[in-house]
Design a binder for this molecule. Sequence first.
Ligand SMILES: [Zn+2]
Length: 245
Amino acid sequence: MSSVQTLKALAALQEIDIRIRDLEKDRSQIPARMNEIDQLLGGKREELAIDKNLFDEAEMARRMLESDLRAEKAKIKKWEARLNEIRSNRDYQALSREIEAARKANLGIEDEILHKMQDIEDLKTNIAQKEEDLAKEEKTLSAEHSELQEKLDSLNAHISKEEKIRTKAVTCIDGRWCGQYDTIRKRRDGVAVVPVIDEHCQGCNMGIPPQLYNVVIKGQQIETCPFCHRILYYKKSLDEPDNLQ
Ligand SMILES: [Zn+2]
């Protein structure tokens, strides 16, 4: 395999790897958004559950107050009946005062019941609004969720296709260059082979020495950038290898 052929194969491999890298980057963002959707819906469901809990508690408190009120009213009725049987004036006054106090206390309970009923109404409105919002959110977000799943499936398929192409591409490159390519790629953000344009390495944008530039243009030797150590090629020499040999 000539140097030009090797460079051509390495540049092709680099293109495949960049495609894979971009696809993987797209893919990596999907689980985060899916998670975000789950959390968003989970949070809304939790808020709704809290309100429903408060509603149940308020209902129970109202029922308890109402049963207290019934008991108190029954007690007053009993006392009022007893009042007719009392002969002593002092006892009569004492019981009358107790009845009066109990009536006052009942007014307080009635007031509390009214407040509870208002709370219950407010919670009911809140819950209905939240249920409506949640239903809307669930509809849009679950549509987004399944779209993301589809995208994920398609990216996975695309990546495994590219990986197969890569396996094939690697087999026709000299193992030594493959190893070097992988080493540079790992250290240089996935890019190991770059073109030289206007005497500048396109990996690090540094100007390369004229002597090295001339060698790269010919493509008869594989050279690396003295600054970033990426493998360099001159695009024209890969496009027209026969003219240069
Ligand atoms: Zn460089």
